[in-house]
Design a protein. Structure first.
Lengths: 339, 186
């Protein structure tokens, strides 16, 4: 009874905490940028990936934006777990939604099309997540093979960063830029839950359903392993409980008859049944306790594993519990907590 | 402000963990029992095979009818029995004797009763059938004696020295011990 009361109080307290939480709307706009993987039409997937990474690297080198790491950006497949992660994410809504999930201020989405034998069209869109609109749209024609495409991606990086394209890059290409940053209007934000770090979310998911946290962070084999193991143990526990329940029912029925009985002949028959059912119920209960112990241990290991394998969110500053950052004032890398 | 966000995460986590712990630590009850029923043959202080009165003590009122079973404890198979029952004929009178299941096979047993001044002789015979010529073994009620109380006081029930059981070969069936009974009339 006291356990149930404690849990109810715990729920009430947590609900109170949640109800009192408010988040101040900040107008601060950062420079964090995520480059979604470009969509390739009639060109190979590795090449698309390579060109996208080239764009990331170039923008990063230009130091206008703080470019999110590829690994972190690819975490978006957690939210959109499909084979081609960003295909069909060309619209404003989709890109901004992904940007919010990735906790960045800007998102670049684009595609590379092979139009002719040696002619490519590279299209890119720059979205502002904070302003929830598309800022720029770029389209570049390239009439070369891989080297030319690399060049185009570099030029697009300059365009995105708002820097003039160096002369060394502007040979034999046709670049156009479409400005679309008009009528910018911030959408009203209603109640928004605070962000939960990925590690904590994976931990909570695996705490609720073993393996679900791992599956969510794309560690599917360990996730299914934990899930399957716990499911097997759960089934074994259910079968044991069924047998225990049966034995317990037999025990209660016979023991009750034994206690109330007055006929020696009947009592003589009931006595071994009581002993038999009691032994069976003890055996099954003991088995269930063993299963519980093993399952609990695996559950804890699963929780720890989910926390460890989940990607950390400490790439950017200030959002979560802790992060690692370089402090130029003291010329040291610092480990910061946010409390 | 950030600490509040973290608080929510931590509280949610605590909630989930506490629910899981509740499931994990919930355990089923172990069977706990005492086989101490006084009528249980294992709790009757007699050396089997034995004969005893069931129940061994009866509290009743004047003018009421009572019944006492003549019980065999772990008896060997038998074909006939002679019960020599001693009772206080000033306190109770014998109304009737009904054979119990011990000698009942496919046929009902044959029974003869002779009641003379505190001595009740009961003869019961197993009637052979197609499957057996004697009773099965075990703990069984052999007969039920119905008494009526006629005066207050204590009346002791005893098995007399002529009490015997015989098998189908007319051999004596071993009886190690005899129990006694009491009737308290108020």
């Amino acid at each position: 009874m006291s356990v149930i009361r404690g849990i109810i109080i715990l729920h009430l307290v947590s609900v109170c905490f949640a109800a009192e939480t408010t988040k101040a709307v900040s107008m601060k706009t950062g420079n964090q940028l995520a480059v979604l993987r470009f969509e390739g039409w009639s060109i190979s997937e590795p090449l698309t990936e390579f060109l996208t990474e080239e764009l990331r690297e170039t923008i990063r080198e230009l130091e206008i934006f703080q470019v999110q790491d590829r690994g972190l950006t690819n975490e978006i497949s957690i939210f959109y777990p499909r084979k081609k992660d960003y295909w069909a994410c060309w619209s404003e809504d989709c890109a901004i939604d992904l940007g919010k999930r990735l906790k960045v201020n800007y998102v670049i989405a684009g595609n590379i099309q092979k139009k002719d034998l040696n002619e490519f069209l590279i299209s890119g869109r720059l979205f502002s997540v904070d302003m929830e609109t598309m800022i720029n749209e770029f389209a570049m024609n390239s009439s070369g093979i891989t080297d030319s495409l690399l060049l185009e991606m570099k030029k697009m990086a300059y365009n995105v960063s708002g820097l003039p394209v160096p002369d060394t890059l502007s040979v034999g290409t046709d670049t156009s830029e479409v400005a679309t940053a008009g009528d910018i209007k911030r959408k009203r934000q209603w109640f928004k839950l605070p962000p939960i770090p990925t590690k904590i979310k994976a931990l909570m998911m695996s705490t609720a359903i073993p393996g679900s946290g791992q599956i969510w962070v794309q560690r599917k084999y360990p996730g299914y392993g934990f899930l399957g193991t716990e499911a097997t143990l759960g089934m074994a526990a259910i079968i044991s409980y069924y047998n225990y329940n049966k034995a317990w029912g037999g025990f209660e029925e016979n023991y009750s008859s034994y206690q109330d009985g007055t006929d020696p002949h009947t009592l003589e028959k009931l006595r071994p049944k009581v002993i038999q059912y009691a032994q069976e119920s003890r055996r099954y209960n003991s088995f269930m306790k063993s299963i519980r112990g093993v399952a609990a241990s695996i559950w804890v290991v699963n929780m720890v594993h989910a926390y460890l394998v989940a990607p950390s969110d400490d790439y950017f500053d200030g959002e979560y519990f802790f992060d690692l950052e370089y402090n130029p004032n003291v010329n040291q890398v610092q480990f910061n907590f946010n409390f | 402000m950030l600490i509040r966000y973290n608080s929510i995460s931590i509280f949610n986590l605590v909630k989930v963990i506490s629910l899981c712990l509740l499931v994990v630590t919930f355990s089923c009850e172990d069977a706990d029992y005492d086989l101490d029923n006084p009528f249980d043959p294992s709790n009757i202080d007699l050396d089997p095979p034995a004969l005893f009165f069931h129940p061994p003590e009866i509290n009743t009122n004047l003018g009421e009818s009572i019944s006492v079973e003549l019980y065999g404890l772990k008896l060997d198979p038998s074909a006939g029995a002679h019960f020599d029952i001693r009772y206080d004929w000033g306190s109770v009178t014998v109304d009737s004797v009904i054979p119990g299941p011990f000698f009942t096979g496919l046929n009902e047993p044959m029974e003869i009763t002779v009641d003379e001044q505190g001595v009740l002789d009961v003869f019961i015979y197993f009637l052979p059938d197609i499957s057996s010529d004697q009773s099965q073994s075990g703990t069984w009620s052999i007969a039920t004696v119905y008494f009526s109380t006629i005066s207050t006081g204590e009346s002791e029930l005893l098995f007399g020295p002529n009490t015997t059981l015989r098998d189908a070969n007319n051999e004596l069936v071993t009886i190690n011990e005899y129990g006694s009974g009491y009737i308290y009339v108020e």
